[in-house]
Design a protein around this ligand. Structure first.
Ligand code: SF4
Length: 376
């Protein structure tokens, strides 16, 4: 059975457990339509968020500063994902990221988040990662530890000294360090999520955050940049956060509702270098942390010197096998070449199927895939 047949069979099985109206609602949902992002398929367990972090972009995306659980049940979410033409199910399928536009362990969304995790784990088994600022107690950590295959926890801490101005309604960094400890004590591999990097603030704080995270049991760090809009800059200013350094690092003109990355590549490198010296695994990207937690490493981790072979499973790359798999799905490969940590590929076939296949080989072989039309 090829991957598409497997996906269809599983979708039919789940569909039988739902009523017609439940199925229709799932198919209409955006989880059934969106393409996965580089970090994986973002799963929303709530709509909106009321923690009002000063640097948050959800308002610019049209979400409200209020929070409610996502309207699909766990089975419907699984059905929506299996109806998504780009989603690859299975342990070596699409990475799942929970926590992008809401807080998944807020009191209002927590039950739904546990439900989604349970159903994804039971029926799909895709690698799940979550990011949170909430306090997770020992019992919750124990429940998460029992998830199979395991789960990748990212705990967000971006400042200790200025957190009240940046995250006025979130639990204190101290509680989040305790979350790291509870997760580690339960046997999980918690990772510090230092995102967004806020220039002008983080320079004086990162060492302390890294040291404390390691002391409480974090095994690594994911660092990531800040994205701003005119609204976010205004909120930061009003909260009393110095924005000169942020503004100095913006490389594109600001426009309403358009998120622009703040160039903090130099600070990020420095943070990751220091983290490594302190004994934390320095992941430049969240997807790497998810892959690593699930026992694998990717070709980019090797190329960038983050991991050595044998520190995780690195799938063998057989071009003849990839060509065979493409043909089985009715696709034709015109060009295929591995260049450093990237696989360059030119394929002929229907566009949704091509995208699905690219996602499939990216996840299965743990390699960045770049579609090319030039055959060069
Ligand atoms: S917790 Fe996340 S989603 Fe909620 S306001 Fe803060 S940054 Fe935004």
């Amino acid at each position: 059975m090829n991957i598409l047949e497997f996906k269809e069979k599983l979708r039919n099985k789940i569909g039988e457990l739902l009523s017609r109206s439940e199925r229709e609602k799932a198919i209409r949902d955006h989880h059934a339509k969106r393409k996965p992002r580089p970090c994986g398929m973002t799963i929303h367990t709530g709509i909106g968020c009321n923690l009002r972090c000063t640097y948050c972009y959800i308002e610019d995306m049209g979400f409200k500063w209020s929070i409610e659980p996502y309207p699909l049940n766990g089975l419907q979410l699984v059905y929506a994902l299996l109806s998504n033409p780009y989603f690859v199910p299975g342990e070596t399928g699409t990475l799942i990221a929970i926590g992008s536009v809401t807080e998944p362990f807020h009191g209002i969304t927590k039950k739904k988040t546990f439900e989604y995790i349970e159903y994804i784990s039971k029926y799909l088994r895709n690698p799940i990662q979550f990011s949170t600022k909430m306090y997770l107690n020992k019992e919750e950590a124990r429940i998460l530890k029992n998830i199979e295959p395991t789960i990748s926890p990212l705990i967000t801490i971006v400042s200790i000294k200025q957190y009240r101005k940046l995250e006025p309604l979130a639990p204190s960094p101290e509680k989040r360090f305790e979350t790291i400890k509870n997760l580690r004590d339960a046997g999980l591999k918690p990772i510090l999520f230092l995102r967004p990097i806020i220039p002008g603030i983080i320079e004086n704080e990162y060492y302390e955050i890294l040291e404390k995270a390691r002391e409480y049991g974090a095994i690594g760090i994911v660092a990531g940049s800040l994205r701003v809009t005119p609204l976010i800059l205004e909120r930061l200013r009003k909260a009393g956060i110095p924005v000169d350094e942020i503004v100095r690092r913006i490389r594109k003109p600001l426009k309403p509702n358009i998120q622009v990355s703040v160039d903090t590549s130099d600070i990020k490198k420095e943070i990751l270098r220091t983290a490594e010296k302190l004994g934390l695994i320095p992941f430049p990207e969240a997807c790497m942390a998810n892959i690593y937690t699930h026992g694998y490493i990717c070709w980019k981790m090797i190329s960038k010197g983050i991991m050595r072979k044998r520190e995780g499973l690195l799938p063998r790359l057989e071009t003849s096998e990839i060509i065979r798999e493409a043909e089985e799905l009715g696709l034709r490969i015109n060009y295929l070449r591995k260049e450093d940590y990237k696989l360059k590929i030119a394929i002929t076939g229907p566009s949704k199927l091509k995208y699905f296949f690219i996602e499939y080989i990216k996840c299965k072989y743990k390699i960045c895939v770049q579609e090319t039309r030039t055959f060069k």
